[in-house]
Design a protein around this ligand. Structure first.
Ligand SMILES: *[C@@H]1O[C@H](CO)[C@@H](O)[C@H](O)[C@H]1NC(C)=O
Ligand SMILES: *[C@@H]1O[C@H](CO)[C@@H](O)[C@H](O)[C@H]1NC(C)=O
Ligand SMILES: *[C@@H]1O[C@H](CO)[C@@H](O)[C@H](O)[C@H]1NC(C)=O
Ligand SMILES: *[C@@H]1O[C@H](CO)[C@@H](O)[C@H](O)[C@H]1NC(C)=O
Ligand SMILES: *[C@@H]1O[C@H](CO)[C@@H](O)[C@H](O)[C@H]1NC(C)=O
Ligand SMILES: *[C@@H]1O[C@H](CO)[C@@H](O)[C@H](O)[C@H]1NC(C)=O
Ligand SMILES: *[C@@H]1O[C@H](CO)[C@@H](O)[C@H](O)[C@H]1NC(C)=O
Ligand SMILES: *[C@@H]1O[C@H](CO)[C@@H](O)[C@H](O)[C@H]1NC(C)=O
Ligand SMILES: *[C@@H]1O[C@H](CO)[C@@H](O)[C@H](O)[C@H]1NC(C)=O
Ligand SMILES: *[C@@H]1O[C@H](CO)[C@@H](O)[C@H](O)[C@H]1NC(C)=O
Ligand SMILES: *[C@@H]1O[C@H](CO)[C@@H](O)[C@H](O)[C@H]1NC(C)=O
Ligand SMILES: *[C@@H]1O[C@H](CO)[C@@H](O)[C@H](O)[C@H]1NC(C)=O
Length: 672
């Protein structure tokens, strides 16, 4: 009889490992893609709609063009199949754009500081297939325009894209996520999956990074050019995949961008090898004498950035936290310590690091005793102490501890403005930056929780209808720094503020018609214009930037509340912070195993069903229900004894249950 019951179940779920909430995953299920719909058509073009299928017939006569919409941001190589032609001297051009703003029959959007990228032309001599050369892979586009020039006619029977992101994953497995998220707010669900997809778009074959042909060569004097050359053919890392800043550009490795992208990758695809390839490429070009790490990976010129140098070190500690891979950590440890020494050598008598190079995330005024850079340094030193303990190499930890304490004291003496309730950028200014204030909270540079609350409240005060402004970058909204601001609101225990900011800023980025409805943009202005202060060229802005994916990890780690505390999850914390939500369900896998937490809030209490691998231990933070009652925790296998706690004060706050063994638990807090 048991078999009889199993059958209908198997028939309903044909895949042995169903992926939860798979319908939200934006990654294509095949690498062969066709346009979704026609955006616009000009001149004499027959049946443009027919090319939304694998086989059609659309005849371009004389000067004519059709712009196609793929419905989401994609990337890859175009192949056109040509049917009949009027003669052997015809041309079909192809242009690409991420935003509808730059759809054109004359040029692509841009990858350089000025002008627009040239059209990809095919000389059509007769029927057959015409495939773009490999260096003409386009890394990000939602729109593709086919152009015919001159006189005569060309019949196109298919316009196909070979999708190239996630090159190291099987063609039919691009949606095989190891993590998932769901809650009772559809916008937040879409935001989580768009973040995950953005990071997949930024995971490229390292042989096809941006050649940066025109770096520092093109300027505003050629701003009208529509013929800027572009090639994606520079080898940026070893291995078969690399995590880059942006899908369209720069297509090179930037450690700062990784600091937001990597936690999102872990929460969704756990694509560890790509993270390693990318980090390795930065350590490969470390200066062996000074320890200085690059601002960005090759082919970017060797330049010092105090913060991106530290972000590379943070990349290593992040990867250790998410994998527990002590061998990989050991392999980089000497270089890591040399890198930290390099930063420590810039600490002066004040106790703070004096930043002598302006390069950061393209904010302005990075220099001197900068609060962001010193917060990141404080954070990195503490990461170093954690890593040193894991490696039993504690020779330097006492000195690092002393240095870190001095940074904290000095920063609070010199840079905290008690009246305003925020940190100033450095001692010579009244500007209170978003990056430094967010980072001070994230790094625990603050001395007390009242500072955290005030920073959170003051940052929230500044929001415009389009998101959280970064005053340190003129009129920019930075989805990168806003990712750290989200973390600051969670640390301030104001999940409601963090969710509000996600809906405001990431909701705008998803739903505005100029965006891709699938990936997150690099930056824009406080008034909602798609102008990013550091760039002259609006067409250059990347619409798929991994640094803009902060909500993906924040929703999993803070809202659903699954936190890894050490070594791939050997120790963990379950601490849901639902804000105004009533339901969350999230999970992800690391090499240590599978972690999940499903939380349901009702008037009578809260129930958390969570799972953590055996041989791990953790703690559970039951959210306060504002009532007295009883907490009951039961483990499904019966290996562990039930845990009961009487809550006798309604305002007791969240209650932490420590020393919980891995297993499949049901935890309830029932109000009396
Ligand atoms: C068609 O022309 C309109 C108006 O000039 C333009 O906005 C649009 O981008 C053109 N589309 C194509 C595919 O040429
Ligand atoms: C069409 O464009 C191609 C590529 O730029 C060019 O070589 C050709 O001369 C153009 N044809 C006409 C008739 O303008
Ligand atoms: C990916 O998912 C597809 C569809 O669910 C499944 O057929 C395939 O076996 C999976 N691939 C891997 C590598 O897990
Ligand atoms: C590119 O266009 C500019 C005008 O915008 C022109 O001066 C230049 O010669 C063109 N270059 C090429 C290679 O066609
Ligand atoms: C990239 O492609 C261009 C155009 O084909 C070529 O001139 C250049 O040498 C290539 N660069 C590399 C690094 O292969
Ligand atoms: C390393 O840094 C030192 C000091 O700035 C410099 O002289 C040297 O050229 C650098 N080495 C490399 C390989 O860049
Ligand atoms: C201090 O901060 C202000 C505001 O960001 C900036 O204009 C100034 O250049 C900074 N000072 C130094 C030494 O970098
Ligand atoms: C930081 O170092 C630079 C270069 O040595 C120096 O000019 C500047 O005065 C220093 N800034 C501070 C705040 O000490
Ligand atoms: C560090 O020491 C502990 C206790 O002696 C040991 O269990 C662990 O394996 C050591 N770790 C490393 C990386 O050597
Ligand atoms: C923050 O730093 C203080 C020491 O200044 C320390 O007592 C506290 O445990 C730290 N908090 C966290 C969350 O690490
Ligand atoms: C949380 O932030 C919101 C602003 O988004 C604010 O209205 C509210 O007062 C804050 N709550 C607390 C407890 O600070
Ligand atoms: C945006 O994408 C979602 C799927 O993620 C879809 O349901 C929605 O209709 C799209 N919105 C627009 C305006 O196309």
């Amino acid at each position: 009889m048991k078999l009889f019951h199993l059958f209908p179940v198997l028939a309903l779920f044909p895949f042995s490992l169903a992926i939860p909430y798979e319908e939200y995953i934006l990654a294509p299920r095949t690498r062969t893609l066709y346009p979704d719909s026609v955006h616009s058509s000009n001149g004499s073009v027959s049946n443009p709609d027919s090319l939304t299928a694998s086989s059609g017939s659309s005849v371009f006569q004389d000067d004519s063009a059709t712009a196609y919409d793929f419905g989401k941001n994609i990337a890859g190589l175009v192949t056109l199949t040509i049917g009949s032609v009027s003669d052997g001297n015809q041309y079909i051009g192809v242009t690409f754009s991420e935003s509808s703003l730059w759809v054109s029959n004359r040029s692509c959007d841009a990858t350089a500081d000025a002008g627009k990228d040239e059209t990809l032309w095919f000389k059509v001599t007769g029927p057959g297939t015409y495939t773009a050369p490999r260096e003409k892979e386009r890394g990000g586009f939602r729109y593709m325009t086919l152009v015919h020039n001159g006189t005569g006619s060309v019949e196109v029977t298919s316009a196909e894209i070979h999708y190239t992101p996630m090159p190291h994953w099987e063609d039919d497995s691009l949606a095989n996520y190891t993590g998932y998220f769901h809650c009772d707010d559809e916008l937040l669900n879409r935001i989580w999956y768009a973040g995950a997809y953005t990071n997949q778009m930024c995971t490229i074959d390292p042989h096809y990074g941006n050649a940066l042909v025109h770096l520092r060569e093109i300027n505003s004097s050629v701003s009208d050019a529509i013929n800027v050359t572009w090639w994606s053919n520079y080898t940026i890392t070893n291995g078969s995949s690399a995590l880059v800043d942006g899908a369209k550009r720069d297509r090179i490795v930037w450690a700062g961008d990784m600091s937001i992208a990597v936690p999102g990758v872990v929460a969704s695809t756990n694509d560890v090898i790509t993270i390693q390839n990318s980090l390795n490429s930065l350590f490969d070009v470390q200066n062996a004498t000074t320890g200085q790490l690059p601002y960005a990976g090759r082919p970017f010129p060797s330049i010092l950035s105090f913060t991106y140098h530290l972000y590379t070190l943070i990349g290593v500690s992040d990867l250790y936290l998410y994998t527990g891979d002590i061998e990989y950590l050991s392999s980089l440890w000497d270089k890591w310590k040399l890198g930290l020494s390099f930063s420590l050598s810039f600490i002066d008598d004040s106790g703070l690091m004096n930043v002598t190079s302006p390069n950061d995330w393209l904010r302005f005024g990075m220099g001197g005793h900068n609060i962001e850079a010193n917060s990141i340094l404080y954070y990195t030193i503490n990461q170093g102490i954690m890593l040193a303990e894991a490696l039993n190499d504690t020779e330097s930890t006492v000195s690092w501890q002393t240095t870190a304490e001095r940074i904290k004291i000095a920063a609070n003496q010199l840079l905290w403005d008690e009246t305003a309730g925020m940190y100033i950028d450095n001692e010579t200014t009244t500007l209170m930056p978003q990056d430094g204030n967010s980072w001070a909270v994230v790094a625990n540079l603050t001395m007390n929780s009242s500072q955290i609350d005030r920073i959170s409240a003051n940052l929230a005060e500044r929001w415009t209808p389009y998101g959280a402004p970064a005053l340190e970058a003129a009129d920019a909204i930075s989805p990168f720094i806003s990712g750290f601001e989200l973390q600051a609101h969670f640390i301030a225990e104001n999940a409601t503020a963090a969710l509000e900011l996600m809906r405001l800023e990431w909701g705008f980025m998803l739903d505005d018609p100029r965006m891709t409805n699938s990936t997150f943009i690099e930056g824009y202005s406080t008034t909602g214009e798609l102008h990013y202060a550091p760039y002259l060229n609006d067409a250059r802005i990347s619409h798929a930037h991994g640094w803009a994916t902060g909500p993906t990890s924040s929703l999993t780690f803070y809202v659903a509340g699954i936190q890894l505390l050490s070594a791939g999850g050997k120790t963990w914390r379950i601490a849901p912070s639902l804000g105004d939500l009533k339901f969350t369900d999230a999970g992800f896998s690391t090499s240590v195993g599978f972690f999940s937490a499903k939380t349901q809030v009702s008037d009578g209490g809260v129930q958390i069903d969570f799972q953590a691998p055996e041989d791990t231990t953790g703690e559970v933070r039951m959210p306060s229900m504002g009532c007295t009652g009883q907490i009951l925790m039961q483990e499904a296998s019966g290996r562990c004894e039930d845990i009961t706690i009487d809550v006798t004060e309604a305002d007791a706050g969240p209650i932490t249950v420590a020393g919980v063994a891995g297993g499949q638990w049901k935890a309830t807090f029932s109000c009396d």
